[in-house]
Design a protein around this ligand. Structure first.
Ligand code: FES
Length: 174
């Protein structure tokens, strides 16, 4: 009854020594390489499919991140082009923005003017603004808040004018 199936046992026995070793080695190597991969995949899959950790973290993080981004965005760091807030520039004075290469003045409330920080005397960057004007530290030139024209020192020509755009409380280059 069950004996007719025995021929298999005799045939493979003859051929197995060479084939089975190769297959066995290949299989061992395959299993050896495959197990870590499977284990890694299994680990990733199980953790990825585990909604508890992922959704919990993202739902916890999203609102606070979105909330802080929204607050920062409306606060003036908008990013793309705005480099300053109107509150950074005092009325009757101004502020230097070295990274932008700009001085922004506000001679009268709500009037924002932009100038190059490069002194027209010998090219030093101006570094401070007061009600007296925009000052160059190198040789003492002072430039007018409204026109950028020199009012003191060796400089004889005005600072370069830079057009600005004021949108709400954000200041950017025009
Ligand atoms: S470089 Fe500014 S005063 Fe000389």
């Amino acid at each position: 009854m069950s004996q007719p199936t025995e021929p298999r046992t005799t045939r493979p026995t003859d051929q197995r020594p060479t084939l089975s070793r190769r297959h066995a080695l290949g299989g061992v190597a395959g299993v050896g390489l495959g197990l870590p991969l499977l284990a890694a995949c299994g680990g990733d899959d199980s953790s990825a499919t585990d909604p508890a950790g992922g959704s919990g973290a993202s739902s916890g993080g999203s609102p606070s991140t979105a909330g802080s981004e929204g607050a920062e965005g409306s606060g003036g760091s908008g990013g793309s082009s705005a480099f300053a807030s109107t509150s950074d520039v005092p009325v009757g004075s101004g502020a230097v923005f070295p990274d932008e290469g700009l001085v922004v003045t506000q001679p009268t409330e709500g009037e924002f003017l932009g100038f190059s920080i490069t002194c027209t005397h010998q090219g030093c960057p101006v570094d401070s603004v007061s009600d007296a004007g925009i000052s160059c530290p190198c040789h003492g030139s002072i430039f007018d808040l409204s026109s950028g024209a020199p009012t003191a020192g060796p400089a004889t020509s005005a600072l370069g004018s830079v057009s600005l755009t004021v949108d709400g409380d954000e200041i950017s280059r025009a």
